[in-house]
Design a protein around this ligand. Sequence first.
Ligand code: SF4
Length: 175
Amino acid sequence: MPSALYAFEPTGRRAGNRVGAARRSWSVRHARLLEFLYCRFERVLIASGLVLRWIGFDRLEAPVASIERAVKGALFDCRMCGQCILSSTGMSCPMNCPKGLRNGPCGGVRPDGRCEIDAEMPCVWVMAWEGSLRMRCGDRIRQPQIPIDHRLKERSSWLAVSRGEHALDGGESGS
Ligand code: SF4
């Protein structure tokens, strides 16, 4: 029996997660630098595709996902949705939205830019806009995102890029 009822699927964020909020704030403030680093990383991932395929994507999935979870958890408070769109959201992870919205904010953003569900939490989409203004390709925030595929949760977005399923730099999604 669950100890709490949710109007929306819990996305992993919990009230009082000040460390996670601080990480997300740092990432948004450094969105330009992170965008630059991601662009280079994407090229490495794509260039490594054939080698990774030879090793075996299935064999690599668990270890790479673990590394990705650790790195992106520390930097972005990542929830491992498996379909990263950080490059389109100002480096603000949308899966920290209590409603899990991936196409902009709901209508309940408070006048001070905080979440209607958690008054202590800045709206991830307000942060996404601020981060996008700092980015070279910040206009990507205007692109509609396809519905999330929950079957990909906990899987590595990085390997998906290597397989050619997502693009980090200039593509329709990014991680
Ligand atoms: S993979 Fe990207 S969009 Fe998905 S939860 Fe992690 S940081 Fe957020």
